[in-house]
Design a binder for this molecule. Sequence first.
Ligand SMILES: Nc1ncnc2c1ncn2[C@@H]1O[C@H](COP(=O)(O)OP(=O)(O)OP(=O)(O)O)[C@@H](O)[C@H]1O
Ligand SMILES: [Mg+2]
Length: 358
Amino acid sequence: MAEVRLEGIVKDYGGFRAIHDVDLDVADGEFVVFVGPSGCGKSTLLRMIAGLEEISAGRLTIGGRLVNEVEPRDRDVAMVFQDYALYPHMTIAENIGFGLRMRDWKKSDIERKVLESARILQIESLLDRRPAQLSGGQRQRAAMGRAIVREPSLFLFDEPLSNLDAKLRVEMRTQIKRLHAMLGTTTIYVTHDQTEALTLADRVVVLDEGRVVQEGHPLELYERPNCRFVGEFIGSPQMNILDAVIDRTGAQTMIRVGAASVPIHDLPLPDATHVDVGIRPEHIYWTSLDEGLLTPKIDVYEPLGSDTMAICDLDGQELTARLDPKVRIKRNEFIGLGFDADNLHFFDPRDGARIKPV
Ligand SMILES: Nc1ncnc2c1ncn2[C@@H]1O[C@H](COP(=O)(O)OP(=O)(O)OP(=O)(O)O)[C@@H](O)[C@H]1O
Ligand SMILES: [Mg+2]
């Protein structure tokens, strides 16, 4: 069993606090992804779990054992890095078997184990080559091979796919997911790529400036971001955020965005006159100018085949809509756009917190 528990974990680099009081439980067999912008503390947190970085305060347990002071090699974890860190002078077989040789395994057992992992990763034919004779994706698989032969109770990945081209990244993503389904090993995976996070994770942990801002199932984060930051970070293309006016003069509270007036239940912001409204590009559809709730002007459009991205100007605010590719649009043309009020998200303009209509 390798559940991981972080309690009040803090990391200080001199006077700079990189990680603030993080509490997190990772269940045995779970695939958890840490995601967030550059510098938010993902690698620092992962390196503390690996034992490569000292913990300034808090408790870290792996499989119920307090490991704050335990050496990396005694934590039963295997880490895969962005740059693979393969030994250039060794063959791929020697690289994969390295950790086992260090543990004085018998030669025949090492060979059997190396072959078994190479088979899983489909690199059997490459075992006699050196890293320089491999493509990026093959090197990446060799690095994974080195991690899996050790049969650790915990895998740690730090942006393992970021050196690969877009196509290979998607292929390797699938392979990592398959590997996890096959081995069932507890995994913590770090990335700044929200698509990678959503596709791989059982649970996503969003970090910002050294703090956990939200954690949950990928769809939960997509459907109910608890703040503007998560709303904009999760989902591609990014959620639109529009400045809207709250109008309480009539019997029914309305919010006004551009020329659109949308009736809502009231918002728990008694003094506010404005609110940030979030709407995802895929929740906006094309309609006639007469029926459009919004009637922006098209600034740029991108025909992608599967859909067409329209980047519009709505009275000075930028708005991206993902439209049916059959809709023919032109630059500088005004179009009618509709949306379903249920797909709107409301955020407090002061601190970005999600507001629930009351
Ligand atoms: N050894 C160090 N000394 C001082 N500050 C550090 C050190 N290592 C990291 N930091 C700082 O801690 C913060 C978190 O860094 P970290 O490497 O964890 O970010 P990250 O989320 O992994 O970013 P990226 O996506 O760019 O890899 C950053 O502000 C960074 O400058
Ligand atoms: Mg990093």
